[in-house]
Design a protein around this ligand. Structure first.
Ligand code: AMP
Length: 407
């Protein structure tokens, strides 16, 4: 538990229609306040904050992310906190798209702000919101360093063979089409936590080969060797790869053209179908795995098929990434589904004993919030559950940049 006077970092995560915030101590992750402003851009927004046993809420219009920050300031006041608190040493902003350029967290200056806005062409739902969140937060905390932590940073070093699409070279260059990945903060946090855990047990982790499965409402896989990302399943946008809550993941690109020609869908409608009306939701009408697993257990046909498609896609990625890495040492599960749904882990890994993967079924079924090993003692591949903490990771990276500039 951090001392009341210890430094704090404010973490801001501006999503397409929400702004999540957390005030925490980067030293040990103590969370002092956490909350969310929802339905940003709509007439009837709402917001809430929790700080220990104090809570407050807000309802009313939230026209944009700049205004959302003013609501955050108000909520802080409601629970006896202030943004003008001199314990706040940095503000860490999650930025979804950092392009090929931003491989590290950076202090936000005019150029960085301009670049984040420009990269909005690649992530329009997120980067423009991030710029507004940055503007709003800078207006309220003008004396504090603001740091951008990019979701793509961990994947800027992907090998060229993994980062390029087999698309016309000129078009790819002109329109910056390449595989940028996403969820990088989580993949980095989890793979580092795995390495530290195994190093502490005396294992040589210098060339450790891991597949990290971040399975949340958005889902992605990565292949990591010796701490470096070798592959990731998300591409130009977070649509590529695994089956997700409401997104298709990989599909034949001709399906876009087919929907255009046969159903008369335009670009916006296709975007909507692929991102919001597909995935688990599109296949079985549910995207919360608490409901889906209950439906599978009850014999529901659509839920059973959706689960089969979900697990099959995961298996294809696990298998191909093992080959990309030239072998496999660790499988790490994280995020809402990865951490909490034994059925997915069991269905994915059952029958892979021939590849040195043996799950301990009892450990897999046990509930815990801790990092833990769930493979059987004799398993060649170590299977782990590693709770992700993107806010803490962002806070630590922002604090580090703030320390560097303070010299
Ligand atoms: P995330 O995007 O990481 O917050 O993950 C959210 C998803 O995780 C939810 O939509 C659920 O499908 C799943 N989830 C979270 N907690 C549980 C739980 N206790 N049991 C089953 N599924 C869960």
């Amino acid at each position: 538990m951090a001392a009341p006077t210890d430094p704090r970092v404010l973490v801001i995560n501006s999503g397409s229609s929400s702004l999540k915030f957390q005030l925490l101590a980067p030293a040990d992750g103590t969370v002092e306040a956490t909350g969310i402003v929802e339905r940003v851009g709509q007439d009837r927004g709402n917001a809430s904050i929790t700080a220990g046993d104090r809570e407050s809420t807000f309802e009313g219009p939230v026209p944009d992310h700049k205004e959302a920050m003013k609501i955050v300031e108000r909520l802080f006041g409601d629970v006896g906190l202030s943004l003008a608190d001199d314990r706040i040493r940095a503000v860490g902003h999650r930025v979804v798209q950092g392009g090929a350029r931003y491989s590290q967290p950076v202090l936000i200056d005019e150029q960085v702000r301009w670049d984040i806005h420009d990269l909005g062409k690649l992530a329009p739902l997120h980067n423009y919101a991030a710029v507004d969140g940055i503007d709003g937060a800078q207006a309220l905390l003008p004396e504090v360093p603001h740091v951008a932590v990019f979701d793509t940073a961990f994947f800027t070093a992907l090998p060229d063979a993994a980062a390029n699409y087999a698309l016309n070279r000129e078009l790819a260059k002109q329109y910056r089409v390449r595989r940028y990945g996403a969820h990088g903060t989580s993949h980095q946090f989890v793979s580092e936590a795995v390495s530290s855990h195994l190093a502490a047990q005396g294992r040589d982790v210098s060339a450790l080969r891991q597949v990290v499965l971040h399975l949340g409402n958005g889902a992605s896989a990565s292949a990591v060797r010796g701490g470096e990302a070798m592959e990731t399943s998300m591409g130009l946008t977070p649509l590529e790869g695994l089956v997700m809550g409401t997104r298709t993941g990989d599909i034949d690109p001709s399906i876009y053209i087919h929907l255009h020609r046969q159903a008369g869908f335009g670009a916006e409608e296709i975007d909507d179908v692929l991102n919001k009306r597909s995935g688990m939701m599109g296949m079985c009408g549910m995207n919360d795995f608490r409901d889906i697993t209950a439906a599978v257990d009850a014999g529901d046909e659509a839920a059973t098929l959706a689960m089969d498609v979900y697990v099959h896609r995961l298996r294809k990625y696990l298998g191909s990434y093992s080959f990309v890495l030239g072998g496999l040492d660790v499988i790490a599960f994280t995020a809402g589904i990865g951490e909490n749904v034994p059925m997915v882990r069991e269905r994915l890994l059952t029958g892979l004993e021939g590849f040195g993967i043996e799950l301990d079924l009892e450990a897999n079924a046990a509930r815990s919030k801790e990092m833990r090993v769930i493979s059987a003692p004799g398993s060649k591949v170590t299977v782990m559950i590693v709770p992700t903490d993107e806010e803490l990771s962002i806070a630590r990276q922002a604090a580090e940049v703030a320390r560097e500039i303070a010299g």
